[in-house]
Ligand binder design. Structure first.
Ligand SMILES: [Zn+2]
Length: 432
């Protein structure tokens, strides 16, 4: 059984209060022992006979980030419509891609780039909500996810006429891979009969497949006129199987009912800023016990940066309340980015913290850089100073995907060249 000992880290953030100090379970001079795909032990002075040694002297170790809402194909439209609000941006940059007949190879090339980008920032589990433009696109999209080594959920945008393909793709590409799972992507909920029929079918399919249903929920103010919560309720979709991304325009009155139904939500602060969507009532939502995670959200988060996302989650609430102690604190932001995401996915027993028996999804940060050093308070600086370049090692299931700052087995220049070729074709088409 392959063993790896990450040894003598300056600081290990276990995210498990019973394993270390404070609410983040901090261990100074800590080790993490990996056996096969799992964490075997966390503590000081661990024995690692026969193990590969990763010397973490001077480094910070924490669980890999869980990105609960992304659209990896959208590297194809990076930089598109940067002055547009969400509705206009969808019209100008997203929907036209449906007319391009993107091939499996093209989808692979752009998703490949994005998987490496999210890995670089320390994401070890990603939810890829895919517009699933055609079956070939889906194959290329999922193959890139499989090849990345990431743990992932592929949210396949569900329509009644696609159900057979959804089952077939699940059987052939998802079920054989222990790191892969399926979600059903739901169309934007609204009261129109046709939309409610689709949502109802997809809610039933999700239940039949034992997977989650994932919708964009009240992202923009104009979504309120669609009565999406009522539509979801009538479709039988408003329950613990439902993930709602953004939830910016959920009112105070709606938070309690959402909590009682067990709905989970995703906060995408950088996307909400860029698309002028608004600011989620994160504190009130957390106070009612709703499970919340963070999402990078694809092409509206032009650089995949989980540290900037945590910083924005903290900063937005401070700016709107003018209270520096408001939820989320630094510790809360780290929780949202790790355990919170795992809870949204019902995977908290497997990922989200560094505890014996959990999957070995681990990142190692090097803080000895111009943007991070000098070190005053490591935990605060992980949120306020760190950047993707500080992520030196990434392990998923105990496998090394980033080593000493380099992605393992990846020709980055070739990946960029392949994606560039796709984007050239798309950009020409999008301008017409
Ligand atoms: Zn989205």
């Amino acid at each position: 059984m392959p063993r790896t000992l990450i040894r003598n880290a300056d600081l290990v953030l276990t995210m498990e209060p019973q394993l270390g100090d404070g609410e983040l379970g901090l261990i100074s001079g800590g080790d993490v022992l990996i056996e096969d795909d799992r964490i075997a032990a966390v503590g000081q002075g661990l024995e690692g006979a026969g193990a590969r040694i990763v010397d973490a002297t001077g480094k910070i170790v924490l669980p890999g980030f869980v990105d609960v809402h992304n659209h990896l194909w959208q590297s194809l439209i990076r930089g598109c419509g940067t002055s547009l609000a969400v509705g206009e941006w969808l019209q100008a940059c997203v929907f036209p891609v449906g007319q391009l007949n993107v091939t499996a190879e093209e989808a692979y090339a752009v998703v490949r780039l994005s998987t490496l980008d999210v890995l670089s920032t320390g994401v070890t589990t990603v939810v890829d909500w895919s517009h699933a433009f055609n079956p070939d696109f889906v194959r290329g999209n999922v193959q890139a996810l499989l090849d990345s080594g990431l743990r992932f959920a592929f949210a396949y945008l569900g329509r009644v006429e696609r159900v057979a393909d959804m089952w077939e793709m699940k059987r052939a590409m998802i079920d054989p891979n222990p790191r892969a799972r399926l979600q059903i992507g739901g169309v934007n909920p609204m009261m129109a009969a046709e939309v409610r029929h689709t949502l109802h079918s997809m809610a039933e399919l999700a239940s039949e497949m034992h997977v989650q249903l994932h919708v964009h929920l009240l992202e923009a103010e104009h979504n309120r006129q669609d009565e999406p919560l009522r539509a979801l309720d009538l479709a039988g979709a408003l329950g613990p199987r439902l993930i709602g991304a953004h939830a910016v325009h959920v009112t105070e009155d709606e938070i309690g009912p959402l909590a009682r139904r067990g709905v989970r939500l995703v906060h995408c602060p950088l996307s909400n800023m860029r698309l002028a969507s608004g600011i989620m009532r994160l504190g009130a939502i957390q106070a009612q016990g709703i499970r919340v995670g963070l999402g990078l959200d694809g092409g509206t988060n032009d650089t995949s940066d989980m540290f900037a996302t945590m910083r924005a989650a903290v900063g937005l609430q401070r700016a709107v309340t003018r209270n520096p102690a408001v939820y989320p604190t630094v510790a809360d932001a780290l929780y949202l980015a790790t355990r919170g995401g795992a809870e949204v996915l019902d995977m908290a027993d497997q990922i989200g913290s560094l505890a014996p028996g959990k999957q070995a999804d681990i990142i190692v940060l090097n803080p000895q850089t111009l943007n991070f050093a000098p070190r005053f308070d490591d935990v605060s600086q992980v949120v306020f100073n760190a950047q993707p370049g500080n992520v030196e090692w990434v392990f998923v299931d105990g496998r090394v995907l980033k080593e000493k700052g380099q992605l393992v087995g990846v020709d980055v220049a070739a990946v960029i060249a392949d994606a560039n070729q796709v984007v050239q074709r798309a950009r020409t088409a999008l301008r017409h």
